[in-house]
Write a protein that binds this ligand. Structure first.
Ligand SMILES: C[S@@+](CC[C@H](N)C(=O)[O-])C[C@H]1O[C@@H](n2cnc3c(N)ncnc32)[C@H](O)[C@@H]1O
Length: 250
């Protein structure tokens, strides 16, 4: 067993893919939401087949030649509050959002329509498929905000964070790009830091307690965070920077 496998409790990257999420649908959609899933989602969907060649080209539409200056990915955007706020505030940046939960996708489509957020592209599905399709060094940032905690010991193998996942994040981030992670579960914070310690390409930017007690500039509270605060849990925020690739020794 190699170090990576030990870090992940023996779970191998080979073999059947781990099932990470539970339900992918909630209550029935309202008619307007169902209409947006049918009509708007295909227009703003990530085209996985073409992602590897030129991810920024995903944002061109019709005769419009909009090309974002930077690309950012949000994994598991939930209801899309954070993603929509980011996209509203940074119209020159292209945001990829991935979320398997239909009702969350429907909610974000409402925001995209209301505010004309043409700098968002979505996939209803598994973020690992988008990561696998992205070329090396293409993203300025990756957000992983309150991933499903899977708190019980026997459930932990369903956590999205493992060495293979971090390796993929490091591969797609540009040097200097950041993985930003928030959690309200102490054990998940430790889980992440233990794996980052074995990930040579990502380095934790936290130096003092306020760096993880306070969110980064531009933070927009998510629905899950509101719930965590209501229930008395304390959020923690982490920024990990993608190191420059080590030059081949002369
Ligand atoms: C605890 S919720 C947090 C949602 C949102 N980030 C927030 O803070 O409100 C975790 C989200 O991750 C999504 N998720 C789980 N596994 C995923 C995967 N493999 N790819 C993309 N999203 C995933 C879930 O459907 C869920 O919406």
């Amino acid at each position: 067993m190699n170090t990576d496998q030990k870090q992940d409790g023996g779970a191998s990257e080979k073999g059947p893919r781990r099932q990470l999420y539970g339900r992918s649908k909630g209550k029935a959609l309202r008619a307007a939401q169902a209409g947006r899933i049918a009509d708007l989602l295909p227009q703003v969907a990530i085209d996985i087949e073409r992602l590897s060649t030129d991810p920024a080209a995903q944002f061109a539409h019709g005769s419009d030649s909009f090309r974002p200056e930077e690309l950012v990915l949000e994994i598991g955007f939930g209801g899309g509050e954070h993603l929509a706020a980011q996209a509203r505030g940074n119209r020159n940046i292209g945001y990829f959002g991935v979320e398997p939960f239909l009702n969350g996708v429907a909610k974000l489509l409402g925001e995209i329509e209301a505010d004309g957020l043409d700098n968002i592209r979505l996939l209803r599905g598994d973020a690992r498929d988008v990561l696998a399709a992205l070329p090396d060094f293409c993203l300025a940032g990756v957000y992983l905000l309150y991933p499903d905690p899977w708190p019980k010991r026997r459930q932990r193998k369903r956590r999205i964070v493992d060495m293979a996942f971090l390796g993929e994040v490091a591969r797609v981030l540009k040097p200097g790009g950041e993985l930003r992670f928030a959690t309200d579960i102490d054990d998940y914070a430790g889980w992440m830091l233990a794996r980052i310690a074995h990930q040579d390409e990502l380095t934790w930017l936290g130096e003092r307690a306020n760096d993880w007690r306070n969110p980064w500039d531009g933070w927009h509270r998510t629905r899950y965070e509101e719930k965590a605060l209501r229930e008395g849990r304390t959020p923690a925020y982490f920024r990990f920077k993608r190191r420059s690739p080590t030059p081949f020794p002369p």
